[in-house]
Design a protein around this ligand. Structure first.
Ligand SMILES: Cc1cc2nc3c(=O)[nH]c(=O)nc-3n(C[C@H](O)[C@H](O)[C@H](O)COP(=O)(O)OP(=O)(O)OC[C@H]3O[C@@H](n4cnc5c(N)ncnc54)[C@H](O)[C@@H]3O)c2cc1C
Length: 340
């Protein structure tokens, strides 16, 4: 299913480019388009930069501010690394400064090509479907499409979450952290620092390779001195209101659990992409695209941000995803100029 090739954008002259996802990379794309005098309209199913809003409350970035700044708008802070709060303020400021047209709490349900243009179906919260005609589409829907479920009974109980916010709620209570990656490591440490009784459960024999180097020694010391318990080679088989059932190397077991944090990662959604005819590699989850322009195998359909890295969110992040917008704006400008 071929989308309108860039040339046909001429026919839809005056229509905006739709950017789906107001994360840092979607915003960078909208800013690059506006700075290239190409109107853009941005849709987000949640608030502005909602993935950052969903970070742990007191999270500090591993990047320095200038590495996650976008649209050549300085991100100035007085301290070393930006906090989650700094970043939220900064991206709000970028939207205000550039007067970007951002539709928050308006999920895009469907996009399709029609006679040299695209139609975007979005639904403002509590409202009816809105149809937006546009001349090209940038899909920047990120990585946090859907949490990787354990698929065990009790996973939807109220004391179970895939999002870690802060540890205060678990002070002097039994907290189970499931996972072996960065989020699990940082959640376990933060919970311990908030006075929770923490046990980390992971199906592997140890932590994932990509644990941030400054996190691991701290955590290993806590495990060594017994202040954080750990169950390697162990899976959670069921969750009940006050305990979890485990299956590990030494057989079945039960642990008290008043709070359960499932730090099991996320899978990006490719529904919008495949519905437009974009090919997505089954093994890597990477959408077919030209890295020089971020255009997919469907004309005038582009991707931006972490979505371009498929199942491995460590490949593309803000630092190296924020430049995708400029490639897209250049491709569109040149494409339209070539056809005018
Ligand atoms: C704890 C933590 C710390 C991190 N620290 C850093 C760091 O220091 N430096 C760094 O570079 N990166 C860091 N990252 C990674 C960074 O957050 C991501 O790489 C970045 O958010 C990717 O940006 P994005 O715009 O591609 O996607 P996202 O930020 O995920 O944005 C995608 C947006 O699309 C929206 N969306 C999804 N589906 C739809 C739909 N159908 N309709 C409308 N909207 C939709 C979502 O609501 C979301 O707002 C960190 C990540 C985590 C979890």
């Amino acid at each position: 299913m071929a989308g309108p090739d860039i040339g046909s954008g001429i026919l839809a002259e005056g229509l905006p480019v739709a950017v789906i996802g107001a994360g840092p990379c979607g915003l960078a794309a909208a800013a690059a388009l506006e700075q290239a005098a190409i109107p853009a309209v941005v849709f987000d199913r949640g608030c502005l930069v909602s993935s950052i809003a969903d970070y742990p409350v007191y999270m500090t970035f591993f990047s320095t501010a200038e590495k996650i700044a976008i649209a050549d708008i300085p991100f100035t802070i007085a301290h070393d690394k930006p906090t989650r709060r700094d970043a939220l303020a900064y991206y709000r400021r970028v939207v205000e400064h550039l007067a970007l047209d951002v539709h928050q709490y308006e999920p895009v349900e469907r996009v399709w090509a029609k006679r040299g243009e695209f139609v975007v179906h979005s639904r403002p919260r509590g409202g009816d479907v809105v149809e937006t005609r546009c001349r090209a589409v940038v899909i920047a829907t990120g990585y946090f499409g859907s949490p990787n479920a354990l698929g065990v009974p009790g996973e939807d109980l109220p004391h179970v979450t895939h999002f870690y916010r802060e540890g205060h709620e678990a002070f002097q209570r039994e907290a189970i952290v499931v996972g072996g990656g960065n989020s699990a490591a940082e959640a376990a440490l933060d919970l311990w620092r908030h006075g929770a009784r923490v046990t980390l459960v992971h199906f592997g024999p140890g932590f994932d390779k990509n644990i941030k180097p400054w996190v691991l020694p701290d955590l290993q010391n806590r495990i060594k001195d017994g202040s954080i318990a750990v169950r390697w080679n162990t899976r959670v088989t069921a969750i009940e209101s006050g305990r979890v059932h485990l299956e590990g190397a030494d057989g079945p077991g039960i642990l008290p659990a008043q709070h359960v944090y499932l730090m099991t990662g996320f899978t990006p959604s490719s529904q919008l992409l495949t519905s437009l005819g974009v090919e997505v590699d089954a093994a890597s989850g990477v959408p077919a695209h030209d890295p020089a322009t971020m255009e997919t195998n469907v004309g005038s359909v582009f991707i931006a941000g972490v979505l371009a890295s498929g199942y491995d969110a460590n490949k593309v992040f803000i630092e190296n995803g924020r430049g995708h917008g400029t490639l897209i704006a250049t491709r569109l400008r040149e494409g339209w100029a070539g056809k005018a």
